[in-house]
Design a protein around this ligand. Sequence first.
Ligand code: TIU
Length: 221
Amino acid sequence: MTTIAAEPQPITVDLARAALVIIDMQRDFLEPGGFGETLGNDIGLLKAAVGPCQATLAAARDAGVLVMHTREGHRPDLSDAPKAKVERGEPSLRIGAPGPMGRILIRGEPGHDIIPELAPLAGEPVIDKPGKGAFYQTDLELMLRNRGIDTLFVCGVTTEVCVNTTVREANDRGYRCVVIADACASYFPEFHAAGLAMIKAQGGIFGWVSQSSAVVEAMAA
Ligand code: TIU
């Protein structure tokens, strides 16, 4: 058991029953010409999370902590993409349209891949999800249950969208979530801050918020 500095209070974790879940660190969100940029966002704001994600990923691998990666995206025929999601807003390219990294947010296209800095190793589960939450229409919960996982370290992008949605889903399913603040990022710094504040408010209404340095230290101990 290891105790990790976190807010609203430290959390004691059995690392054998913990998993690091890295949310959607895909080229489509972090690189030019992908889904995030077509929505009108400044993708440069997400870069801040890469180094802390790398450090946490390395520590988890060294400690033998289960690592899972998620990717948001859809089937090439868009049969799993709700019409409301595809048609809403005024993006420069819609989901499924051809862009510089292939079709926007489509599985198998270069833009859908996880960024090279955080490439999954063979054997690390990659969860392809059609929605914002990593539990919706995926086998994530089944894999966590089969491995006896009770605590999730969660990082990735974006803080208030896929990270928050996943943490809320996990909380309702009985998992303890430790969100790694500096290993998350948003296109909106104010939403990043609010997204983290909402998790740890009210005595940790959805979970805990920590820092990559604290999680790395605990995993290295
Ligand atoms: N647009 C935005 O902030 N996020 C997403 O669409 N997906 C994720 O957060 N992964």
